[in-house]
Design a protein around this ligand. Structure first.
Ligand code: ZN
Ligand code: FE
Length: 259
């Protein structure tokens, strides 16, 4: 879940907490977009100097709701090859419950950014898919992350690989298992042009078979997103063959819960 600090989410953290209670959730986690390590990205991630405000803001809302809702303090950080040390330094500054790793960039191209959508026109979709999964594997191998975000985000605008990429997914799932990272079912894909969860059922089955731990995320950018479509996400998890999911605390799996 995000906060206004990233520049493209709305609503105060307490409003997200209120909506979570209304939806009957027992636990939520904030994971706003960490400062980008290459350059400033106004409107996309918080600034480096805003990180202390972010942490304090979530600590405050956690304290406020301590008798009604468990609130985890997390962060979503982009994976950029060559910037692993800088990213590690940034993530070591605060004690998070979990760190979500995400791939939103292929080289310098924000492939899921609506402002850069037309760049898809001069790419080979199959090549983009291969580059994307290669980066996902590298993000897991970096050891920087606990959970890999929206693991088929590359489909966001509806571009589909024409070649069979099953092998890519299998390779990725095995890498995730070896590296000990979890994935998420992220319901926000349903609110995007692709109108599909991240990841799709066919991919999720492969992650389940490989034994990659599962978490649930709404990727909320406004309070009413919190817990949205979690009924569908649960059904998807079961259909894929998952029998349990995990919660994180202090960057470790805290609890495994039966589905
Ligand atoms: Zn965002
Ligand atoms: Fe993301």
């Amino acid at each position: 879940m995000h906060t206004p600090l990233c520049g493209h989410a709305e609503g105060a953290p307490f409003e997200y907490a209120e909506h979570a209670i209304k939806m009957g959730l027992e636990e939520i986690g904030f994971s706003d977009h960490a400062p980008f390590v290459v350059r400033e990205l106004p409107g996309i991630t918080m600034k480096h100097e805003e990180l202390p405000d972010y942490y304090r803001m979530i600590e405050e809302v956690r304290a406020k709701y301590q008798n009604q809702l468990r609130i985890k303090i997390a962060i979503e950080a982009d994976f950029v090859p060559g910037y692993e040390d800088k990213t590690k330094a940034l993530l070591d500054d605060y004690p998070y419950d979990y760190v979500i790793g995400s791939v939103h960039y292929i080289k310098n191209w924000g492939f899921d950014n609506p402002d850069e959508r037309n760049k898809w026109d001069d790419q080979s979709i199959n090549a983009v898919y291969c580059d994307y999964y290669e980066l996902l594997r590298q993000s897991a191998e970096s050891g920087l992350y606990d959970i890999i975000a929206h693991p088929d985000l590359v489909k966001k605008f509806g571009h589909r690989a024409t070649e069979d990429i099953l092998e890519e997914i299998e390779k990725t799932a095995n890498t995730f298992k070896q590296c000990g990272v979890a994935i998420e079912i992220n319901t926000s894909g349903l609110r995007k042009p692709v109108k599909e969860m991240y990841p799709a059922l066919s991919n999720l089955k492969i992650y389940a078979k490989a034994g990659v731990p599962l978490t649930f995320g709404s990727d909320s950018h406004q309070p009413t997103d919190v817990g949205c479509d979690f009924d569908k996400a649960l059904a998807l998890a079961k259909e894929a063959g998952y029998t349990e999911y995990v919660l994180f605390k202090n960057r470790k799996i805290e609890r495994t819960i039966k589905l």
